[in-house]
Ligand binder design. Structure first.
Ligand SMILES: [Zn+2]
Length: 227
């Protein structure tokens, strides 16, 4: 529904797109996913490490992870290069996490897992999906970021190809490393390989110099309240 440069399924009201178009996009997405629009929860993402429960959150609540244990409820995060991480807890919870490099460095995914475990979730049972994001092919970084990431997550998360080329960061690998260190079985983590920057199907904040739409990555807790 959205026109350029937000074409076509932008899900964010905060990027300058026509609000009516965004509303229509979310309505189409809700219908397609068979979730009532009022049961689809997201928050105002701020690159922090705050985790909130969907029932206590509004779209204006500042947080970067949202979870629920209410059947029929969906939780989502909006991204355009950052890493979306969806978590299924078979004990009856789901969570969605937004992690750019700040969120990865601050281990918001760990904070989210802690919350699920505190509610009765079992770490070894959790399942993860790491969605499309800017990948190591495109995520050029500078300053002391590469050194900090190497120190925190190991040398393999930074690719150095020579003196003339800036280091590239592998954000999803840093998330995988975080999960691995916590004891999450490797087979419980699905990683999508698509790069939002070099695959034109995706919105990319970096490729479009900050003016673009946002994808919604979401997960629904099945239940009677679903349509
Ligand atoms: Zn790429």
């Amino acid at each position: 529904m959205s026109g350029k440069p937000f074409d076509s399924l932008n899900t964010s009201f905060g990027v300058g797109d026509d609000p009516l178009a965004v509303k229509e996009n979310l309505a189409r997405l809700s219908a397609s996913a068979r979730v009532e629009p009022s049961k689809l929860h997201f928050v105002k993402q701020v690159h922090g490490d705050r985790v909130v429960e969907a029932s206590a959150a509004t779209p204006e609540t500042e947080a970067d992870a949202v979870w629920t244990e209410v059947p029929g409820t969906a939780v989502g995060v909006r991204t355009a290069d950052c890493v979306p991480i969806l978590i299924e807890d078979p004990g009856g919870r789901v969570a969605a996490v937004h992690a750019g490099w700040r969120g990865v460095e601050n281990e918001i995914v760990t904070r989210t897992i802690e919350r699920l475990v505190a509610r009765g979730g079992e770490l070894a049972q959790l399942r993860f999906a790491i969605g499309p994001c800017i990948q190591r092919c495109c995520f050029e970084v500078d300053g002391d970021l590469p050194r900090r990431f190497e120190a925190a997550f190991g040398a393999k998360v930074v690719v150095r190809s020579g003196e003339q080329i800036k280091p590239h960061l592998d954000l999803p690998l840093a998330v995988q490393e975080t999960l691995s260190r916590l004891g999450v079985p490797e087979g419980h983590v699905a990683v999508l390989p698509q790069c939002t920057m070099c695959d034109a199907r995706f919105f990319s904040h970096r490729r479009e110099h900050g003016v673009t739409g946002r994808h919604l990555s979401f997960i629904t807790l099945p239940g009677a309240a679903a349509l």
